[in-house]
Ligand binder design. Structure first.
Ligand code: 7PJ
Length: 285
């Protein structure tokens, strides 16, 4: 297994300090069929996808085994571990990129980090006590995402007085709780959670006022790629027809302070980000 490419927290903070945006490529491990053959197929498919995202210039690979799309049903920890651990091991054995584990469960976090994951990505913001404990124990950078409600029901009736203010209070409380539990501040990354218990209006407000979340002095992640808010805006039903809209939204977030973009379309995002990097480089005296 290649070493974790330097300390990942350090890489993220370095990138943030120099205005370099990191591209996190999404690797979904699709549900297995009941046969071993099915399991092998999903491993091979995920590994091939990871290879492709790496060749397109991803900085981090985000591997997830439980769908958190609106309406999705939960998966138990054992099944989730069986899906993601072989993929993490295979990716780490072959690809020289850090891996993050997209999960809400402490057990899955521990198994994933033991298998070589160097980051945790929790759409539940470590609100599960065992997830918080796992983040403390594993000592890896952890993305704290905001979600109102739970995936099964979150889009039914999202409600906020002021979505940005409520998220600021949420982040303040989460940061305090994580630090009190023993996490290092160096390991915290914040994410407003586009589409997670938010209307189109809420999502646009969060994008527009994204820079507000810079007040915590922590790296920021934005995940807008192919989301239904972009389908609503463009009228594009099929998620894979939302590439241009995803790139535009990513650029808007990056210009408002996002340090990591979580995306499906790595090649296109890397090109877009290279324009931002060139512009920022050009500012230097
Ligand atoms: C996000 C995520 C996101 C973070 C998903 C999808 C839904 N993790 N996992 N942020 N979204 N940190 O990709 O459409 O926005 S799953």
């Amino acid at each position: 297994m290649p070493d974790q490419p330097r300390d990942l927290a350090e890489s993220i903070h370095d990138a943030a300090a120099t205005g370099r945006i990191l591209v996190m490529g999404i690797v979904n491990v699709t549900p297995d069929s009941f046969s071993d053959g099915g399991r092998f197929d999903s491993l091979e498919t995920a590994l091939a996808h990871a290879r492709r995202l790496a060749s397109e210039g991803a900085d981090i690979l985000d591997i997830g085994g439980e769908s958190t799309r609106p309406g999705a049903e939960p998966v138990d920890a054992r099944a989730e571990i069986q899906r993601v651990v072989p993929v993490i091991k295979a990716v780490r054995a072959e690809i020289d990129l850090p891996v993050s584990i997209d999960t809400m469960k402490g057990e899955v976090m521990r198994a994933a980090v033991a298998a070589g994951a160097g980051m945790i990505n929790d759409v539940n913001g470590l609100r599960d006590p065992d997830a918080l404990l796992a983040a403390v124990e594993t000592c890896v950078p952890t993305c704290i995402m905001h979600m109102q409600g739970e995936p099964r029901t979150m889009q039914l009736q999202p409600k906020y007085d002021d979505v940005v203010e409520e998220l600021r209070l949420f982040f303040r409380e989460r940061i305090d709780t994580c630090l009190a539990a023993g996490m290092s501040e160096r390991n915290l990354v914040l994410d407003p959670g586009f589409g997670f218990g938010k209307s189109l209006h809420h999502n646009l407000d969060l994008l527009d006022r994204f820079a507000r979340f810079g007040e915590f002095g922590l790296p920021l992640l934005a995940g807008i790629s192919r989301k239904s808010m972009l389908g609503r805006i463009t009228g594009r039903e099929a998620a894979d027809d939302r590439v241009a809209a995803s790139v535009a939204a990513g650029v808007l977030a990056a210009e408002r302070g996002a340090n990591i973009l979580r995306v499906h379309d790595v090649a296109e995002t890397v090109d877009a980000v290279s324009v931002i990097h060139a512009m920022r480089e050009n500012r230097k005296p």
